[in-house]
Design a binder for this molecule. Sequence first.
Ligand SMILES: Cc1ncc(COP(=O)(O)O)c(C=O)c1O
Length: 437
Amino acid sequence: MTQLNLDAYWLPFTSNRAFKKDPRIIVAGEGRYFTDDRGRKVFDSLSGLWTCGLGHARAEIAEAIGQQARELDYAPAFNVAHPKAFQLAERLTTFMPEGLNRVFFTCSGSDAVDSAMKIARAYWRKQGLANKTRFIGRVKGYHGVNFGGISVGGIVGNRLLYGQGVEADHLPHTMTAENKFSRGQPEQGAHLADELLNLITLHDASTIAAVIVEPMAGSAGVIPPPQGYLQRLREICTAHNILLIFDEVITGLGRLGANTGAAAFGVVPDMLTLAKQITNGCQPMGAVVAKESIYQCFMDKSGAEHMIELPHGYTYSAHPIACAAGLAVLDILEREQMPERVKAIAPLFEKALHSLQGSSPYIVDIRNCGLAGGISLQAKDGDAVIRPYQVALKCWEKGFYVRHGGDVVQLGLPFTVEASEIDAVINAIGEAIAELN
Ligand SMILES: Cc1ncc(COP(=O)(O)O)c(C=O)c1O
């Protein structure tokens, strides 16, 4: 790594100045471990970036990617198509809740979110309800980085620098004082969904296109929904003719011990977004999965048959290599019963994670859901992010890649994690927190 290399690369979501003084460089990955440029094995406790639940360098996926690159490296996505796009779309629908069976491919989670938002607005416009343009997101929500996503997102740091976005309002988050240290879904807080009624009173349902939430907020630090909360959102949306979108970029395809967050929590949205695990992180890809009635509305209300029903898409939509990777991933998810495995080992993770409660005065909350966990740390002299940042650096030195995001240390363990690895990473985090001053 030369100084010139270091200077040229502008890292995303990274403190570049600090990083370049002490870079953490990953040169290889296999199973649940990275190798860094010092030759050390580093346990990947975030499955990449919530992406690689199946572990790194899975031979079947690598083989599918190589084979596809040799056979058909690229096919245009507009007006022609390749077989694996159809195959993957159909396979995906078998993992989706009943009725969500139309798949629109994108290149990332951010694209999936913005695509879903555009589909929602267009859907109402096609029905003559062009005033339904507003979106309702949630405080602490993360929906990627495009303008739609940051408008409905509720993490202030991701919005602050960018000015005017898409018209949106926000539900309150559900991290209440009484829910601190809840294991899994908190018992209280379903009433917070009723805040949607206040927003409907304020804006009127005739101006609201959709509500978008992560079933379990991930990036803000793993915030599982209170029991009954998503059900209540569903009821209100249905009653007021508002679409409900679940952003399942983290929760989709196994992380919560079910095929989707929708299935884990028993609530069916009108659309959901996927990315990350769809290719096990091996290829950039996202998707919007919509109810058939939404797709059908576009088919029925777009004029002559040669007219394009949805003028939207990407050069890399349904990229053949991503589709090949996706098919290999779904094979493994199914064959190795990954969601079931996550469900089976999640209680062990919950127990180990919550064993940190009381071990340090800096730990102010712990939350978990499936194989996702968050540990909130107390701010230091008004700086909310410094302690999680220091914990992540210390863990890296101890041989564990652990995520810091805002005031939270975050875990998204690989679906294949072993009990001994859960203990090891929790011990490392506990030690790192104990070393803080
Ligand atoms: C819920 C959610 N939505 C959207 C995104 C954005 O995905 P991408 O980074 O692939 O654009 C993320 C990424 O973490 C996410 O967690």
